[in-house]
Write a protein that binds this ligand. Structure first.
Ligand SMILES: Cc1cc2nc3c(=O)[nH]c(=O)nc-3n(C[C@H](O)[C@H](O)[C@H](O)COP(=O)(O)O)c2cc1C
Length: 178
């Protein structure tokens, strides 16, 4: 285990942040990935937008979270999150649950039998049933300004006025688990 890592018995293989860009983009646009946070408890939701980019000379994972999500409060307050990417379709049921139920009402890790492996650089777990993980620290955040948004997109995606906050998370670690 690396010196800066938090304790945990999970062996990981660190990889360059951009090694799996294609797979991450595919998963985001086809089924979603897990966005995990921790405030009072571990919680995860499904995210289908956002992505990995390069900004301020550092690798960044942009995660768009509507202000109505339980997740929003956790990330907004703690400034850290992880993204776990399923590389196959085995977690379909868990994704359906985590993408529709709120951490306000459920312990999703328990309900879906998901394993919370301790994060190595941030105090947020990653999901043991996934193989590819990103640990991120927020370096910038911005909630969408409705007047600046294309009218068609606003009408189609924000009828309830629940706009996204874009959290820009510097990727502190990217690794594979078995
Ligand atoms: C495929 C899929 C993609 C989703 N993408 C997002 C997203 O990018 N941002 C977001 O705020 N919610 C997204 N959601 C909805 C959240 O996952 C869902 O509302 C979840 O219940 C929020 O959980 P929380 O209240 O515990 O944070 C998506 C749901 C699905 C099924």
């Amino acid at each position: 285990m690396c010196e800066r890592c938090y304790p945990g018995n999970n062996a990981v293989k660190h990889i360059p942040y951009d090694q799996y860009l294609d797979k991450v983009n595919y998963r985001l646009s086809h089924s979603g990935v897990f966005l995990t946070s921790h405030k009072d408890k571990d919680n995860t939701m499904v995210m289908g937008w956002g992505g990995i980019t390069w900004y301020w000379r550092r690798p960044i994972f942009i995660v768009p979270v509507r202000t109505t999500r339980y997740t929003w409060h956790a990330i907004n307050e703690t400034g850290v999150f992880t993204v776990s990417v399923p590389l196959n379709d085995e977690l379909r049921e868990a994704m359906a649950f985590c993408g529709s139920k709120s951490g306000r009402d459920y312990d999703k890790f328990k309900e879906c039998n998901l394993t919370a492996l301790p994060g190595k650089f941030v105090r947020v777990p990653v999901i043991g049933e996934c193989n590819l993980h990103y640990e991120c620290k927020v370096v910038f955040k911005q909630t969408m300004e409705p007047s600046l948004l294309d009218g068609g997109i606003r009408e189609r995606h924000y009828k309830e006025h629940d706009f996204h906050t874009m959290f820009y998370g510097e990727i502190a670690a990217c690794y594979l688990t078995e």
